[in-house]
Design a binder for this molecule. Sequence first.
Ligand SMILES: [Zn+2]
Length: 439
Amino acid sequence: MILKPSYKFLFFITVLCFSLLGFSQNNRKEKSIVKAVDQHTEKAIALVKKTVNINSGTMNFDGVQEVGQLYKSELDKLGFKTELTKGDTYGRAGHLIATRQGKKGPKFLMIGHLDTVFELDSPFQEYTMLNDSIMKGPGVADMKGGDVIIILAMQALNDAGLLDDMSIEIIMTGDEEKSGDPIALSKKDLIDAAKRADIALGFENGDNNPKTIVVSRRGSTDWQLKVTGNPAHSSQIFTDQIGAGAIYETSRILNEFYGQLAKEKDLTFNPGFIIGGTTLQPDEDGTGGHAFGKTNVVSQETLVRGDLRAVSLEQLIKAKATMKRIVSEHYPKTNAELTFSEGAYPPLTKTEGNVKLLGYYNTVSEDLGFGSVTAVNPRNAGAADISFTSEYVDMAIDGLGLTGGGGDHTISETGNLNTVAIQAKITAVLMYRLVNSKL
Ligand SMILES: [Zn+2]
């Protein structure tokens, strides 16, 4: 007897065949991405070494441009439209901007920076290898390693024939470590790019742990508190005419800041500088000064400077309002004025989109055999350029760069060169899946 297969069963087999075909095609594409990364890794590491040894302290404009030129020529080879801009209008070296238009999928913005905190007078100018994989060098993790990971991921996608589909804008700023002034001009290219993009990927080193990704960063803004009181002989303090004096009013304000806001999760505010007395001569750079005052004179002036770090725009606005309210409630016969600086770094607010993107990243990392990845505690992630994209993109994650070391911003900065290939593989496969809806 011949068994007639049911149509349902045939249909099931057909669907299975097609999906297996699709699966193996994806797998083949992803395998070719991984293979291409491996093929380019040696050259990528050589590029990390070469550029780490070029001083690009933010204020060494020639060095920043030289590093930018090297990365630019790599992106030129991949068919990007590239430009090294001039930063004259905001007093910095300028940025590297590279773009290409594809027809498929979301628009990516990939973020790096060319500058480091190590200026020409730093004793830290060249790399040394601590063992086969750990490199100690100025900017290896923050973030020339991350810049090269971007380039390596692009090379791999190009080799795999996938780059032409994609819309990508890469921006490597020249003043991440010491923003140009005015900040609105310094960050304009980055913000404009964010407005065009759907997904932002930052290649900073995060908390230096390859098992973590940044989904929220705290923003930081500086504040200044100026308080005045009525000067008089100390015996007259607390009278109706003289009141409490500037120093008591200052202590009230700072105490209230502490009492009302110190318990807010992920919010910090640190008064880092204070002078007070009868007359003040603060230094222009804001870090020092001279105060004259006597024990038997009611204080006339104080000056406090501090910072404020918040994890979301909402938290920042709330904290500012609370601080302003506290400042407006004066002790008798005193006055106080609180101002927030213009050059603020906004927070990278933790959004549903960011968490979703971390989920995709985690899946790719697991699929490629690199294990699972979780979110960094925002208290361990400082302000960075990606925060400027927060308002404009649907999804953003940072910390995709060279990790596995530590000591950023010090002469002991290290990074693990083995993370270059790993991070580039995850990045390139993630982008491929996002563009082809393979998530
Ligand atoms: Zn950085």
